[in-house]
Design a protein around this ligand. Structure first.
Ligand code: FMN
Length: 381
């Protein structure tokens, strides 16, 4: 294929490079995948105002998210098992984000550990926390994130129990993996991926194996994770985490105005309007359709961030116009990583930057700081 020009090009390339079970793990949503699709589709309902004969020189996309400088209002979202899209995936993605000047968020369920990522970066990255039942393990994780100089903690609130993705079950994707003839064939047809994987030691959950009590290998890991997500999680736990962490706190997975108000009451620094990329409550509204309502409810009290369905720089601009201070991309960077490793993550960021810059200019604006609802021709939500 010639040089990828769109996120869709990167997705097509990734489909050819990554074993099906891991490609599907990224490209899937819960149950009917209706919310997953709506996240992408609803962006196209928003139209932009074309403006002409205004000065379009000297444009700037630079901004801040929770007080940290970002080359554009885009961060890399926390995604589990990123090191299965490409060997050492989290380390490569973190380096690409650092060079580009945007925040990188490491998932609790990453393959490379907090310490691995810290060893290849010089700028502080962000750490995403799942508040698991083993609170002692949670305390140790927070301690490790502090020791690695992480500059913000992203607490995920929308995964107290696991949504179901049919593709993962059909592909036998679990910890430990269910090895079948089909999965062996999937690996055999992706030799470069296999070679890269053989060259690294990082093939398990780096933050967990060897750190959680009784988790020393893949099979004990499976039993441990199955019982660790906590259905009793409450706002009190968020306050406990906030005190324990003591630094910048971002609450991820808010899709409702009432929850947004409760999040603002905790004194957190930001919320992320998110439905986990359509991977949890199938049937929930798209993220972008909820963004303006949540901004109206709490935008004057707390920084509002956004994720879900961004596939272009135009989508980022629309989210910023609807009040997002910053956005996160999940699948776009995973597709880039699967397609071309670190260079693919950089390419995904470059594609988004270029699209955002040109769109901003054609809307008659020169500075991302001046983007508001006035650049929209309609507001369908
Ligand atoms: C493969 C994959 C794994 C994910 N793992 C996590 C995770 O470990 N923690 C988390 O908070 N969110 C996780 N998410 C959700 C993302 O952080 C983000 O909310 C979502 O990907 C945004 O939607 P987008 O992929 O359309 O950009 C995951 C998403 C994907 C696609």
């Amino acid at each position: 294929m010639s040089k990828p020009l769109t996120i869709a090009d990167l997705k097509n390339l990734a489909r050819r490079r990554v074993p099906k079970m891991f490609f599907d793990y990224a490209d899937s949503g819960a149950w009917t995948e209706g919310t997953y699709r709506a996240n992408e589709d609803d962006f196209s309902k928003i139209k932009l105002r074309q403006r002409v004969l205004v000065d379009m020189t000297d444009r700037s996309l630079a901004t801040t998210m929770v007080g940290e400088r970002a080359a554009m209002p885009v961060a890399l979202a926390p995604t589990g098992m990123t090191g299965m899209q490409h060997a050492d995936g989290e380390m490569l993605a973190a380096k690409a984000a650092e060079e580009f000047g945007v925040p990188f968020t490491l998932s609790t369920m990453s393959i490379c550990s907090i310490e691995d990522v810290a060893s290849v970066t010089t700028r502080p990255f962000w750490f995403q926390l799942y508040v698991l039942r083993d609170r002692g393990f949670v305390e140790r994780l927070i301690g490790r994130a502090k020791a690695a100089n992480c500059s913000a903690l992203v607490v995920t609130a929308d995964l107290q129990i696991l949504g179901q993705r049919h593709k993962d079950i059909r592909n036998g994707l679990s910890a430990p993996p269910k090895w079948t003839l089909n999965s062996a064939l999937q690996l055999a047809t992706r030799p470069q991926w296999c070679l890269d994987m053989l060259r690294t030691q990082r093939r398990s959950f780096g933050n967990i194996v060897g750190h959680a009590s009784n988790v020393s290998d893949l099979s004990s890991l499976g039993a441990w994770t199955a019982e660790q997500f906590d259905p009793r999680l409450s706002w009190d736990d968020i306050r406990w985490i906030k005190d324990l962490w003591g630094g910048k706190l971002i609450i991820k997975g808010i899709l409702d105005e009432e929850d947004a108000r409760a999040a603002a009451d905790t004194g957190a620094d930001a919320i992320i309007v998110s439905n986990h990329g359509g991977r949890q409550l199938d049937g929930a509204p798209s993220s972008i359709s909820m963004l303006p309502k949540i901004v109206d409810a709490v935008g004057d009290r707390i920084e509002v961030h956004f994720d879900g369905g961004i596939r272009s720089g135009q989508d980022v601009l629309k989210a910023v116009a609807l009040g997002a201070r910053g956005t996160y991309i999940g699948r776009p960077f995973l597709y880039g990583l699967g397609a071309m490793g670190k260079q693919g993550v950089t390419t995904a960021l470059e594609i988004i930057r270029k699209e955002m810059d040109i769109t901003m200019a054609l809307c008659g604006k020169r500075d991302i700081q001046h983007i508001d609802r006035s650049v929209l021709a309609n507001t369908p939500f």
